[in-house]
Ligand binder design. Structure first.
Ligand code: NAD
Length: 484
């Protein structure tokens, strides 16, 4: 098996195996072939990882921020040097076209390692004068052992978006990738060791939901950062609350994208393509409810269909291909079942809608028009290449409809009216908003959701607050006055 790692888990700087754990077959989505066979962590493996992370944390936190940052920045350089090799691995793990993985996975992981590596030396508390000579100072402290739990759509990126800020602050991490895409996080762990991270600072263990759950409930764990669906988020948040643990929740969405009739149609169509079909639609922040003002609806749909005709669907290792398979047969069947619901509930299929014959998990990019707000395809997260186009007439109307969802991850607007653009984003109930573009997530900017889409933010300086806490020290320069 071409992509078989040395062992399933990476603990305390070494590969570790325990074949008594439940098997995890890694399937290449383009062909259905098994490319590696791993094992889910047994309770003994979970315990080894927790012990390793706990033991390493004191030493790691005692290093200066400059030293920790240097390790992260070295790791970023190694990732960039190996970008092609890591991208080929990511393409096999996820099925995403190499054209995408070369620019959006290891590179974005490297950005996070570089950015938080750069911040590590500048993390401080503050001095607060109180008058009369007394003062308070605060000490920014690491939380301890942090658990990262990943989804399958951006495995390298998620492993780094969680690991980099955690490590910059002096925490150690146990990362559990999705059981669907377990391979690339092991590479991140290896690279960190090569970059000089002490053993045990970043551990990876494999497993299904039960392994994630056993990490979340362990008293040695101080923080849990999950990327996953809302139902999983609810369970993990509740379990973490029992131990009063810190959490970051990056969950699902059903984000609106509003296109006014004064918008540049070409840009709006590009935004709708990126926000629905990149990574075969398997992106949490996708703008899957595309509200198009009535005046440009037919022009928008015609141009969209023309552009979709030129999508290059095929072997994801061919760099000309820009639309690959879904991650798994299961995810493909979920997306196809939503296409059936769309048809049955009366939406107008204007593009795609079919599975593509062959062993891989391919379907066509799919567009429904005349979608009503209460249709299932407009209400539920599909997490596949299925776009719903809804009509609207007025700004007031579309604002209310855009926000009428339990989700609040992202939202976007296309218009050439400057004041309207800012008015619309001010009204969006969403954590990550776009004006005249969609789905960009640079490490410098906070990323995360409102409402049921999540708690906390990843990336940017804000992530530091989610991986550290302040100790307050009151210093008296005066005698202590007691009442008796
Ligand atoms: P999922 O919720 O099924 O699984 C996510 C992870 O949680 C997996 O590693 C899984 O093993 C683990 N898990 C499952 N049950 C658990 C439990 N009880 N305790 C602890 N861990 C448990 O999600 P998925 O299918 O892997 O990913 C798709 C979902 O992720 C979509 O809803 C998508 O929107 C969301 N997502 C969100 C973001 C974001 O940044 N907001 C990014 C990518 C994906």
């Amino acid at each position: 098996m071409q992509f078989q790692p040395k062992a399933s888990h990476f603990i305390n700087g070494e590969y570790v195996e325990d074949t008594s754990g439940a098997p995890i077959d890694v399937i290449y989505p383009a062909t259905g072939e098994v490319i590696a066979r791993l094992h889910s962590a047994t309770p003994d493996i979970v315990n080894q990882a927790l012990t390793s992370a706990k033991n390493a944390q004191t030493e790691w936190a005692a290093m200066s921020g400059t030293e920790r940052g240097r390790v992260l920045r070295r790791a970023a350089d190694i990732m960039r040097d190996r970008n092609r090799e890591l991208s080929i691995l990511e393409t096999h793990d996820t099925g995403k076209p190499l054209q995408e993985t070369l620019v959006a996975d290891a590179t974005s992981g490297a950005d996070a390692l570089e950015y938080f590596g750069g911040l590590a030396a500048s993390l401080t508390g503050e001095h607060i004068p109180l008058g009369g000579g007394d003062f308070v100072y605060t000490i920014r402290e690491a939380l301890g052992v942090c658990v990262g739990i990943g989804a399958w759509n951006y495995p390298t990126q998620i492993a780094c978006w969680k690991g980099a800020p955690a490590l910059a602050c002096g925490n150690t991490m146990i990362f559990k990738p999705s059981e669907t895409t377990p391979l690339s996080a092991l590479q991140v762990a290896e690279i960190l060791i090569e970059a000089g991270a002490p053993k045990g600072v970043y551990n990876v263990i494999q497993g299904y939901g039960d392994v994630g759950a056993s990490l979340v409930t362990d008293p040695r764990v101080a923080k849990v950062s999950l990327t996953g669906s809302v139902p999983t988020g609810r369970k993990v948040y509740a379990a973490a609350a029992d131990g009063m643990k810190h959490v970051t929740m990056e969950l699902g969405g059903k984000s609106p994208m509003i296109v006014f009739d004064d918008a540049d149609i070409e840009n709006a169509v590009s935004g709708a393509i990126l926000g629905n079909f990149y990574s075969s639609g398997q992106v949490c922040s996708n703008g899957t409810r595309v509200f198009v003002q009535k005046g440009i609806k037919e022009a928008f749909l015609n141009r969209l269909s023309e552009r979709l005709e030129s999508a290059v669907i095929g072997d994801p290792l061919d760099e000309e291909v820009n639309f690959g398979p879904m991650v798994s047969e299961n995810q493909l069947n979920i997306a196809l079942s939503y296409v059936e619901k769309g048809r049955a509930e009366g939406a107008r299929l204007v593009f795609g809608g079919e599975r593509i014959a062959g062993d891989g998990f391919y379907m066509q990019p799919t567009v429904f028009a005349d979608v009503a707000d209460d249709m299932t395809i407009a209400c539920e997260e599909i997490f596949g290449p299925v776009m719903s186009v809804l009509d609207f007439e007025t700004e007031e109307e579309v604002m209310a409809r855009a926000n009428d969802t339990e989700f609040g991850l992202a939202a976007g607007v296309f218009t050439n009216d400057l004041t309207r653009a800012h008015r619309i984003v001010a009204g969006f109930e969403a954590g990550t908003c776009y004006i005249n573009t969609y789905n960009l997530a640079p490490v410098e900017a906070p990323f995360g959701g409102s409402k049921m889409s999540g708690v906390g933010r990843e990336n940017s300086k804000l992530a530091i607050n989610h991986f550290s806490e302040m100790k307050t020290v009151y210093v008296s320069m005066n005698d202590v006055e007691a009442p008796y």
